[in-house]
Ligand binder design. Structure first.
Ligand code: PMP
Length: 332
């Protein structure tokens, strides 16, 4: 019999899927996607949610009936909501207003409360989602803030699960690992494991939106892609792990996101398109025999009203209006 004891038992062990049409004629290397929407909550964040709650219970920071308060763009919230349901905790999530309504509704469907804050304020502004979540965690009795930005259990979860899965599923032949950088947990934990196990030969490449701080110096600027990029360097990010950071525009990321759905049958989110733009840049310079693994964190279902909506894309300048030449190419 093959029956999971609970939904938490099917987190991880996501598949590696080789890309076809998208890379044809572009490279002699093999490019594969690690497709994280196969997690039960629909994203890579399920992994770190379990890791952070396990660690908090062990440390006595979260007691029975307690409330989890976290600033999250949605995916971490879903993971935390799953764990909370299984273990009897309440959840309050704080989201910036650029996060799609679909994503917020998913959190509410799991029984969580969602508080929305403005996107374009400094992190230390009392209205920022960091400040609001700090205040709520203090004020709610039994409140606990996992703080994915600083919690070492985040990168550790990827070190323990994502890294070993990639190594084992490629029989130790992976040569490059590409991932978008948000809190930095994915790239830091997975990258650390792959570098250690390969004796340093796996090259680790981060993808970052224009306007974020990982690659560019200077003030942060707004961008549309969700879940990646920061206006500060979080503690979960280990800057010694990535060998390179590739900067990707919203337009490039969204165009690639749509191509992944239409050409590869992978309906994924905008940060996946962003990671894949970086992955293909790496692939162009790679050799035959190289095996590039690009991590795709979530599903495209939360972005149907945005990236997959021609009106939204056109309104925001990512798609030219009908009849006007566009660098994006055929609109199909
Ligand atoms: N993509 C999406 C959609 C995300 O929600 C996140 C997490 N913020 C990431 C990518 C980046 O992962 P990490 O925080 O581990 O760097």
């Amino acid at each position: 019999m093959k029956i999971a004891g609970s939904v938490l038992d099917v987190i991880g062990h996501t598949p590696l899927i080789q890309l076809g049409p998208l890379v044809k004629g572009l490279t002699d290397a093999t490019v594969v996607a690690k497709v994280e929407y196969f997690n039960p909550g629909g994203s890579s964040k399920d992994r770190l949610a379990v890791g952070m709650i396990d660690a908090a219970e062990k440390a006595g920071l979260l007691k029975p009936g307690g409330t989890i308060v976290e600033p999250t763009s949605g995916n971490t919230g879903v993971g935390l909501a799953l764990v909370a349901q299984q273990r009897g905790y309440h959840c309050v999530f704080v989201c910036p207003d650029k996060v799609s309504a679909d994503k917020r509704k998913v959190l509410e469907a799991y029984g969580a409360r969602v508080v929305v804050t403005p996107t374009n304020v400094e992190p230390d502004d009392p209205e920022s989602y960091y400040s609001v979540s700090d205040r709520l965690a203090r004020e709610i009795p039994g409140g606990f803030k996992p703080n994915q930005y600083a919690n070492p259990a985040g990168p550790e979860a990827h070190y323990r699960t994502t890294g070993p899965e990639i190594w084992e599923d490629t029989d130790g032949t992976v040569t490059h690992f590409v991932a978008g950088v948000g809190t930095g947990g994915t790239i830091s934990g997975t990258g650390k494991y792959l570098k250690e196990v390969s004796g340093g030969s796996v090259r680790v490449i981060g993808a970052d939106p224009y306007g974020s701080v990982y690659a560019e110096k200077g003030p942060a600027r707004p961008y549309f892609v969700e879940g990646v990029g920061e206006d500060f360097w979080p503690e979960a990010y280990d800057p010694s792990i990535p060998d390179e950071i590739i900067t990707v525009s919203d337009a490039e990321a969204f165009s690639m996101t749509r191509r992944l759905a239409r050409e590869e049958g992978l309906l994924v989110g905008g940060s996946c398109g962003m990671a894949m733009v970086a992955g293909l840049e790496v692939a162009k310079k790679a050799s035959a025999g190289d095996l590039i693994v690009v991590l795709l964190p979530d599903s495209g279902r939360g972005y149907l009203q945005k990236i997959f909506d021609d009106g939204w894309m056109t309104h925001n300048g990512f798609l030219a209006p009908e009849g006007v030449a566009t660098t994006w190419g055929s609109r199909i």
